[in-house]
Design a protein around this ligand. Sequence first.
Ligand code: SF4
Length: 623
Amino acid sequence: MPNGYCGRILIVDLTTGRTEAEEPSEAHYRQYLGGWGFIAHELLKRAPKGADAFAPENPLVFATGVATGTPVPGSGRHAVGAKSPLTGGFGEADVGGYWGVELKRAGFDAVIITGKAEAPVVLWIHDGDAEIHDATSLWGLETADVEAALRKELGDPKVRVAQCGIAGENLVRYACVIHDVNRAAGRTGMGAVMGSKRLKAVAVRGTGTIEVADPDMAKEIGGHVTSLEERWADFREHGTGGGILQMDEVGRLPTRNFREGRFEGAEKIAGTTMTERFLIDRDTCYACPIACKRVVESDAEYKVEPAYGGPEYESLASLGSTCGVDHLEAVIYANQLCNAYGLDTISTGVTISWAMECFERGLLTTEDTGGIDLRFGDHVAMTTLVERIARREGFGDVLAEGSLRAARRIGRGTERYAVQVKGQEHPMHDPRYQFSLAIGYATSPTGADHMHNFHDSALGSEEAMARLRPLGVFGEPLDRIGLPPEKIAIAARVIPYQVMKNCVGICMFEPYRVSHHRDIVTAATGWDVTAHELLLIGERALALARLYNAREGFTPADDAHPARFTEPLMLAGEEGASIPQEQVREALDLYYELQGWEKATGAPTRAKLYELGLGWATENLPA
Ligand code: SF4
């Protein structure tokens, strides 16, 4: 077993109640590393072709990365994956905090859960053992109550809990897995998969240690992050929402269902305002000095409890400006509801904003909405709908399907206003401000996602370009507008690099460069990895996820971006850029070629799979 890992993966069948451990080879660990890499491998190997996301056969995978639980800053991350009930394809969401570290301390690098329990259960993992407990009394409870009850029942206040929430129980297609009550593995509906298995929670506790090969090297990496305090001081001060005013100023703050890029209420919902009005403390993840997490409290119009944490940028914008809501306390409360019920804040906010636009255009009426006068800016309507979605009550039952399915059910031309890719709602980064995002959004196997995307607003200087040289990137600085071939070539390097960070299990916000990621893997394992090897790990993980989607029936036609982005972005009355479809099509053709994906099927070519050491996976290629 290599250092940095436990060397064991827990396999659980909820139908039979059997648990067992597998011990992968060192080569397996080095080829897939962790996180997304493990998940994509397991989905192709274990999930029967065509199995529904809610079928017992759909494996739900919790996977740590090689760095998870090592002493380097930002190493508190792990990923959760399964077939997505929102997209019908590769589902994955990563999350920080402490749960993944605790899993490793308990002796497992990953947990793979199949089957379906007869009645609600909790999986209890502790120091090398796993047991399945009855959870009937926890079904229907909010996340903070579940965590408190489990800690009491298991007699240990240090137990870490991941849970599906009421939204997951109700199979809301974008239910998330909530960890530590306020950390969401948010995207692609992993909480609903958990709920479909009647798995209320996975509780973990471990007292083991995670050995690293080179503790001095790990310490040095930590020193690097600490020495750059001036770079992240603002992040610590105001959280990720601290940048809202700057986003608004340049016209890239998603507003009223992405119709506009500037919001007149930006200052009211900014992270700086949250610091002044509601912040009572700052919180952090395992081994991270940055502490960008918020602890907020309020008791005016809405009752906000500190346990559920405060909204990050994505949540402030999706539940705030995207819904036209400038009532910060309501946005914080809606974020709390999402954490208490287990809802992805991005899909929740964007699905509600889709409904608001359709209502204002007369495509929905109060007959559809159950009497709600659903207009942009109405914070009561917004918070009411969050509740109804989680409980699948009234119009909330329609919205619980996600904006694309809801639009297809309603018809009347509403699909045009669903801002989604492959059924997953767009995050809070408008591709009309930085065009390369459109390529990342369209081709991501998970549907629209910003975590494994290419933010080309940072390519405007020589210095920015120089930072990418270890990835083999050379060339002149590039403007954020436009999709020239040079930019697409860079995207083909940067996107797998982002996927690789997920496999390592490291936070994107840490000020690491390519050499640091290489050093993190070496410090943990002792392997003499190169930047090129790490890039291949990202490519491999991405190729497997694309292959899984192709096997499940996805085609290049699914790599489409929403109609909204063919319209000009409105900047306070002025028109900004739109993205011409023709440019996108040409860019996608080149991107496929660079990634080694078939134009006819969207899957990696046979040659690409062999090049990545994935010959075993060729049997999954579409005919
Ligand atoms: S920067 Fe923020 S999200 Fe990342 S590890 Fe630190 S506290 Fe967690």
